[in-house]
Structure formats: C-alpha cells, structure tokens
Write a protein that binds this ligand. Structure first.
Ligand code: CTP
Length: 395
C-alpha cells in the first residue's frame, strides 16, 4: 500500500468514548494516512494501548520517559512529525489543561510543543460540556486558532440525554483527511457530481435498477470538497453515509435526477456524472401491485432521458466529465460517448476487471483532444484525485 506522507497524531484522553478512537484510526489507515497515538494515563484504563498499537501499526506513547526511544525527546519528535494533532475524545480535563497552559504529561506537552493544526473532538457528560468553565476554555482555545469538531446530541453513556457525544467517527476521519489537503486548488469552484444508480418503478413494491453502489461518485464528491470546492452531490439510492460538507440531493428516478441536475447546471463550473442512470423505464407503471398469473410476464420499456447528452447540448462554460462502464471495446466505446455527448473528459472503466462494489478501480481517462491517460488499479479516492489533477492541469 502506498503511504501518504501525511501524519496524524491522535491524542486519546480518558473518557468512555476512548474506544471510538479505534474507529477513527481504522478509517484514517484505510485512507492511507499514517497515525501515531498518544494516550493519557487514564485513557489506558478504558482501552489497552495494544489495541491502538495494532490498528495504528505504530508504537503508542503514554509515559513521557518510557523506553524504547528515550534518546529522543518524544513529545518534541511527535510534535514535529504531526501534520495534524487530533484529540479524540477530548475530555474536559485535557481541554482545561491546554486552555490554561498546563503541560504535565505526554499529550499536553505535545499539544503545547506542536506547530501543527490541533483539533479537539470533545466527548463528555452534557452537564460537564455545558459548564461555563468548559465553554470558556473552548472559546479561549478557539480564539488561539485551535479547532473543534463539535460533539453530537443523543443518549450518553451515563444515561443522560443531550450534547456531549463524540461526533460520528467517519465524519471525524473525513474532516481530518480534508484538513490535510493543501493546496485547495478548487477553492471558489462549484462542482456537481451525480452518483449511484437510478431506479425505474414497476408498481408500488417493485423496481428495476443496477448494481452501482455510488462509491466512485461519493469519492469524487469528497475529493472535490477536500480541494476546497463547493459540492452538490445528486445521488440515487445508496447505503452510503451522507458525506459532511457536501450538499446532498437524493433522487430515485432518471426524471428526478435530470430535474435536480438541470436546476443546478447553470451555476456550476465542473460536472462529473458517475451515476449509472437507467436508460429505460417500464412503459406502464401499475398503481396496484402486479399479481402473478400462470402465463409468463412480458414487460415493455420506453427509452428514458440521456441526462449527460442533454447536458452536452446545453454546455456553455462547464467542464463536463462522463464515466463509461464497458464490458468490451473499452476505449472505442468510451471515445464514442465522449464525442456523442460533447464531453471534455470521459473516465472509462472495464466492469469485467473491477466490480461495482469494489473499493478500487482501474480506469483510463480520455481527453477531448484524444489524449489517453491509463491509470494503475487504485482506490476510488485516488482515481478521483488523479481526475482532478488532470482537469486542473488542462483547464
Ligand atoms: N448517462 C446519463 N444518462 C443516461 C445514461 C448514461 O447521464 N440515461 C451518463 C452516465 O452518468 C455516464 C455516461 O452517461 O457518465 C455513460 O454512461 P453509460 O451507462 O456507460 O453509457 P450509456 O450512454 O448509457 O450507453 P450504454 O449503456 O449503451 O453503454
């Protein structure tokens, strides 16, 4: 696995949510980001350092003076190494210490010594969180440029209801990943992405669809967000979580997707259509459930909108990017689509080689001028990264 050069140091302080930091580490590792962990003494009472060591694949630091790296001043070396220092969960105690200049253990000294961005993800009992002293400490830290990922509301471990739950771990990992990106080369741009399948309804309980999971489109939308774009994601039905910081419009049918896309088309700079749109819909929608009979059932289908073709016809200033899922004659078919639909780029992938639900993809990117860039098999997020690198270089 290719390692990104970025390094996140995660400080785990001693709260019941300490175990959730394991999910954050796992999510960051899947994004190929290096993780180093510092635990406070009390965090080790909730979760064993060994769990953090196994998941991060790095030594976990607890005590300032422990071996094996006694020759290095560890709080300084991790402080220097970090691109971002995330404190998750951040207890009232660690927030209070940093806000008041106290550095008496590995985590607090590292926070004090680092020049990296420090992000706190608080998790604590509601009354503690709402305590004016804690709030004052948070306000003070914000004033000095420390960032916060606000806690969510819900049922807390202690049984109370209210604010103080650690923010969603995927949300935290995504946010940290987005903070790692420099430079923000899509800042000021508006990007529209479509993702997932569409469905064509037969009756109140049945519909026809395809196997698209939406993963490629969500990865494209997240990459655009990470580069500073304002992103609108128009998504067919998927089981994926709503990505943070992205305007999500959910649709079901081809017609709904067309409507949503057209109403945003004028105002966007780049459109990336990864959606696997249904080309046909049943001629008749039965308002009542179709009952079974002894004979075979014959269905008739009507051609539905080719959304991308319509966009190509209406294109003015927009950069238009299509995806082509092919099982044979990959480049030839993709090139035809590029020309027929008046696209600037088409991303061609052979669906025989990489399945729909897969985490990675093997694609070729074809440009309007005929240039073809063949990419190695890679994670869908990396495909998205390469795609924007190419678009930005050639625009
Ligand atoms: N597309 C679209 N509307 C459709 C069909 C496809 O907007 N009704 C878009 C897809 O989002 C994708 C591109 O067109 O960006 C190519 O989609 P694909 O399904 O590969 O090709 P089709 O044009 O449908 O042709 P075919 O199914 O014959 O391969």
């Amino acid at each position: 696995m290719q390692e990104k050069s970025n390094c996140v140091v995660i400080g785990v302080s001693g709260g019941i949510a300490a175990y959730k930091a394991l999910d954050i580490i796992s999510a960051l590792r899947k994004k190929q980001i290096e993780v180093n962990v510092i635990m406070t003494e009390s965090a080790t009472r909730f979760v064993s350092p060994l769990s953090f060591q196994s998941l991060s694949q790095n030594m976990v630091t607890v005590d300032m003076f422990e071996e094996p790296k006694a020759w290095e001043i560890q709080h300084i070396s991790l402080a220097k190494k970090a691109d971002i220092l995330l404190v998750a969960p951040a207890t009232a105690n660690i927030i209070g210490k940093v806000a008041n200049g106290i550095a008496d253990d590995m985590l607090s000294t590292t926070i004090m010594a680092t020049k990296a961005k420090v992000v706190f993800a608080p998790a604590m009992n509601t009354n503690m969180y709402e305590n004016p002293i804690v709030q004052e400490n948070i306000a003070k830290l914000k004033k000095y440029g420390y960032e916060f990922i606000e806690p969510a509301s819900g049922r807390l471990a202690c049984g109370d209801e209210g604010r103080g739950k650690l923010a969603d771990t995927k949300y935290i990992a995504d946010k940290i990943e987005s903070m790692l990106y420099e430079p923000k080369d899509l800042e000021g741009k508006r990007v529209l992405v479509t993702a997932g399948p569409t469905i064509a309804k037969l009756d109140p309980v049945r519909y026809i669809t395809n196997r698209s999971t939406g993963k490629m489109g969500y990865a494209v939308a997240e990459e655009a967000r990470d580069r500073g774009a304002e992103v609108i994601l128009i998504s067919g039905p998927t089981s994926l979580k709503d990505p943070f910081g992205i305007q999500l419009i959910r649709v079901d049918t081809n017609e709904e997707m067309l409507k949503a896309v057209l109403s945003n088309y004028e105002d966007v700079d780049i459109v990336i259509k990864t959606a696997a749109v249904a080309d046909y819909k049943p001629k008749i929608y039965s308002k009542e459930k179709i009952k079974k009979h002894d004979e075979d059932l014959m269905l008739e289908f009507l051609r539905d909108n080719d959304i991308l073709k319509i966009l190509g016809e209406k294109k003015k200033h927009q950069v238009l990017v299509g995806f082509a899922a092919e099982s044979h004659s990959l480049l030839e078919n993709a090139e035809k689509k590029l020309n027929n639909k008046n696209l600037d780029y088409i991303v061609a992938n052979n669906i025989i080689h990489t399945g729909f639900a897969s985490e990675d993809n093997k694609v070729s990117i074809i440009c309007k001028n005929g240039d073809i860039i063949d990419l190695e098999p890679m994670l869908k997020k990396q495909v998205a990264k390469n795609l924007f690198d190419i678009i930005n270089k050639r625009r």
